[in-house]
Design a protein around this ligand. Structure first.
Ligand SMILES: NC(=O)c1ccc[n+]([C@@H]2O[C@H](COP(=O)([O-])OP(=O)(O)OC[C@H]3O[C@@H](n4cnc5c(N)ncnc54)[C@H](OP(=O)(O)O)[C@@H]3O)[C@@H](O)[C@H]2O)c1
Length: 342
C-alpha cells in the first residue's frame, strides 16, 4: 500500500464561472488565470480513482476553460487541466479493478495539472505497455474525437474538409481518413505545412492566406463533392468554404480557434440546398454512444498509437512548477502539444 502525502503541488484556477469573452485559446500570461498552490490531496469517492500524475497534455479546451470560454464553469482554487496519464494509487468503492494500473484519463471537472488527480473510473483507460507516457497523456480527447468525426464524414461520401489541419486533431484525421480510403481536403494557414500534411494523408491541401483559396476550393468541391466540413476555426473563410460545398453539405463546428465571428451570407442554402450547420462535442458523444462501441473505438485508438500509425507531436515539455511562469511562451511554439510533468 502506497503512503500518500496529505498535500500536493497544483496549478489552480483564480476565477469562477464563465466569462463573456470569445478570444480563443491564446493567453498572454498564465498568471492572469492560474496560480501555484499547495492543496490537499483529493480523496476518491465511490466509482472514482486517485491518480499520481506522470504527464498531462495542454489542449485548446484547457485554455478556453481557464478563460471561462468552455462548456462548463470554472471553480476557483481548484486545479486546472483535463487530460493526462498516471498511475492509479487509490480507489473508491467499485473502482478497485484499476488499482496499480497506468492509465490515460480525463478529469471531467478538471484537475490534471496537479501531482494527484481524482476522476471517475469510467474516464480512465488502462494503457498498453508500448504506449509512452506522452502518447498516453493525449490518448482520449483528440483521438476519440478524430475517430468519431471521421466516422461521421465516412457516412457522407469519400471526401471531407478539415480546417486547422496542422493541429494534432487535424493530423490524426488526415491520416485516419487516408487509411480508410477517404480523401481529406485540408485547410492550413502555413504554406510550409503543405507537403508534410500530404505525406500524412491529406488528399489536397489549401492555404487559408492564399488570395485565391475560395476559388481553388470551389473547383475542388465541384470535383470531389465533399459533404462534411469538420471545422475548428469557424471564421469567415469557414463560411465561404461551406457556401462553396454541394447540396446537403454539413458544416460541423467543433472548435473556435479564431476569435473572428463569421456572418452567414447565403442563408438560402440552408433552405433550398438542404445544408446544415451543426456542432460536435466529445462529451456529448461519450454520453450518447453505447459503451461497447466506445470500447471498440478505444481499442482501435490504442492499436494506432501502439504500432506508430498515430503519434503525439510534442512542441515543449514543462514542469508543473513552471506552468504559471512559462505556459504562455510554451504555447507560442505551436506544431505539437505542450506536455506537463510533475
Ligand atoms: N469539440 C470537441 O469535442 C473537441 C475535441 C477535441 C478538440 N477540439 C478542438 O479541436 C481543435 C484542435 O485541437 P488540437 O488539440 O488538435 O489543437 P493543437 O494541436 O493545439 O493545434 C492548434 C493548431 O491550430 C492552428 N490554429 C490556431 N489558430 C488558428 C486559426 N485562427 N486559424 C487556423 N488555424 C489555427 C495552429 O496551427 P498553425 O500554427 O500550424 O496554423 C495551432 O497549432 C481545437 O479547437 C479544440 O478545441 C474539440
Amino acid at each position: 500500500m502506497t503512503t500518500l502525502p496529505s498535500t500536493m503541488f497544483a496549478v489552480i484556477q483564480t476565477h469562477d464561472g464563465y466569462s463573456d469573452t470569445a478570444t480563443g485559446p491564446v493567453i498572454d500570461a498564465a498568471a492572469d488565470w492560474l496560480a501555484e498552490a499547495e492543496v490537499p490531496v483529493p480523496q476518491p469517492g465511490p466509482g472514482q480513482v486517485l491518480i499520481r500524475l506522470r504527464t498531462a497534455s495542454v489542449n485548446p479546451s484547457d485554455i478556453h476553460f481557464i478563460k471561462g470560454e468552455y462548456g462548463q464553469p470554472r471553480v476557483q482554487d481548484t486545479p486546472a487541466g483535463f487530460e493526462g496519464c498516471g498511475d492509479v494509487v487509490a480507489t473508491g468503492a467499485g473502482a478497485e479493478a484499476l488499482n496499480g494500473l497506468r492509465v490515460a484519463f480525463v478529469a471531467a471537472n478538471a484537475g490534471a495539472w496537479a501531482e494527484y488527480v481524482v476522476t471517475q473510473a469510467q474516464m480512465c483507460i488502462p494503457l498498453r505497455p508500448e504506449i509512452s507516457d506522452e502518447d498516453g497523456s493525449a490518448q482520449i480527447v483528440n483521438p476519440l474525437t478524430a475517430m468519431a468525426m471521421v466516422d461521421i464524414a465516412r457516412g457522407d461520401g469519400d471526401a471531407f474538409v478539415v480546417s486547422a489541419a496542422t493541429s494534432q486533431l487535424g493530423k490524426l484525421m488526415c491520416s485516419l481518413g487516408r487509411d480508410l480510403g477517404l480523401k481529406p481536403i485540408a485547410l492550413v494557414r502555413r504554406s510550409d505545412a503543405v507537403e508534410a500534411l500530404k505525406e500524412l494523408g491529406a488528399h489536397e491541401v489549401l492555404v487559408a492566406t492564399d488570395p485565391d483559396v475560395t476559388q481553388k476550393f470551389a473547383a475542388l468541391s465541384k470535383e470531389l463533392k465533399p459533404r462534411v466540413f469538420l471545422d475548428a476555426v469557424a471564421d469567415q473563410l469557414s463560411e465561404q468554404i461551406f457556401c462553396a460545398m454541394p447540396n446537403g453539405a454539413r458544416w460541423i463546428c467543433y472548435g473556435k480557434l479564431s476569435a473572428e465571428l463569421p456572418k452567414l451570407t447565403q442563408t438560402g442554402q440552408l433552405i433550398f440546398m438542404g445544408k446544415r450547420i451543426e456542432g460536435f462535442w466529445l462529451t456529448q458523444w461519450m454520453t450518447s454512444t453505447p459503451p461497447a462501441d466506445q470500447m471498440r473505438v478505444v481499442g482501435e485508438v490504442q492499436a494506432r498509437f501502439a504500432d506508430g500509425r498515430w503519434k503525439t507531436d510534442v512542441s515543449e515539455r514543462l514542469a508543473l512548477r513552471d506552468v504559471v511562469s512559462n505556459l504562455a511562451d510554451a504555447l507560442k511554439k505551436g506544431d505539437g502539444k505542450v506536455i506537463i510533468t510533475p
